[in-house]
Structure formats: C-alpha cells, structure tokens
Design a protein around this ligand. Sequence first.
Ligand code: ITT
Length: 200
Amino acid sequence: KSLLIATTNLGKIKEITEILKDLELEIKSLKDFQELKPPAETGKTFFENALLKARYYAEKTGLLALADDSGLEVSALGGAPGIHSARFAGENATDEKNYLKLLELMKDLPDEKRSARFVCVMVCYHPSGAYISTEGVWEGKIAFSPRGEYGFGYDPIFLVREFNFEKTAAELPLEIKNQLSHRAKALKELKKKLPEFLQR
Ligand code: ITT
C-alpha cells in the first residue's frame, strides 16, 4: 500500500516524511506527479482546504492522499494571517516577505500582545471517498526580529513556549521541532487512527 504526501511545500514534506517513516506504507510525493497542478484553495477553514487538497490528489492519482493545511494565527490580529499564511505578502510572496510583513504590522505591539499559535489540519483521503482528519496546535509568541536557519515559513519569528520563549522554531533542529509542532501533533493523532482506517 502507498501513501501520497500531497503537499508542494518542501518544508512540510521533510517534516511529514520523517514522522511517517516507521509506517508500513510506501511513501510517495508529488515529485512522481509533476503534471498535476495544485487546486485553488477556496475553503474558508484549514479543514476545508485540507479536505479539498487531499480529495483532489486522491482522485487524480488513485492513491491514498495526505494533505496538510496549516498557518499562523496571531491573537492581536484576530487570527490573521491564518489560512492566508502562505500568501500573506501577496501572490509571489516568499517565506521571508511574509514574516517581514507580519513583523512590520506588529512592530508597536508589546510583548504581552504577541501571542500566536500554529495550527495544522491533516486530512487522509481514500479514493473511495472515505477520509480521516486530525488537528494540532502549537502555542508561542511572535519575536521582534527573525532568528535561526532551520525549518521554513514563519519559524524564524515564532518563539517556542516549551523553550520559555527564548528560542525560535527556526533555532530547533528538525528532530526537536518534530516532537513539539502543530504538524507533529496532528500526525501523531493521525497515526493512531490510521490502522483502523486502512482496515475498513
Ligand atoms: P501545500 O498547500 O501544497 O501543502 P502551502 O505552503 O501552500 O503548500 P498552506 O496553504 O497550508 O501550504 O500554507 C501554509 C503556510 O503556513 C506555509 O506556507 C507557512 O507560511 C505557514 N506554516 C505552516 N506550518 C508552518 C511551520 O511548521 N513553520 C512555519 N510556518 C508554517
């Protein structure tokens, strides 16, 4: 049996592949399906977007497909950038442009107004139409300037609660981030549900 990691984001692929490596499934990536262009993310929630991506790739490939929709929610900004995290600074935004835009928006907010959390919703979709879904949350704070070289996305400005807000997620090697992150939590739950789902 195979499982398609249905994401175009290289940072996600690395983290997910590492966490799922002990599963008895052949892990495939979208590298094997480069002709497929990603679906428009028209959902209003992480769940809707994860479901539409997982369904799209499962139907196009005939494989069991795992999609991740995730983002950063800043309390003082009413949950923004949220589902718009990937394109916060516009259509051709890079990770760096996105987090610099967020830092600029938050430059006058004091420490106690900088709470944030990462959210990840995973959907694992079988071409028959059945699916399972899980969610993970990672609490933290937004730094005043970027630090660290690991990870991707907003990691350089996300201060990790488990390290007393003294380290950013980009200062944590993959194996440490993968014990704490929103994605790690969602995947841990998914791994619990998977055996029964695959038996059906
Ligand atoms: P796919 O849809 O192909 O999976 P994407 O990058 O477009 O790739 P999303 O729409 O789910 O995926 O956007 C997620 C964005 O949220 C991502 O680009 C980052 O900016 C941010 N993000 C999610 N998880 C993150 C993490 O662990 N660390 C840092 N930023 C993260």
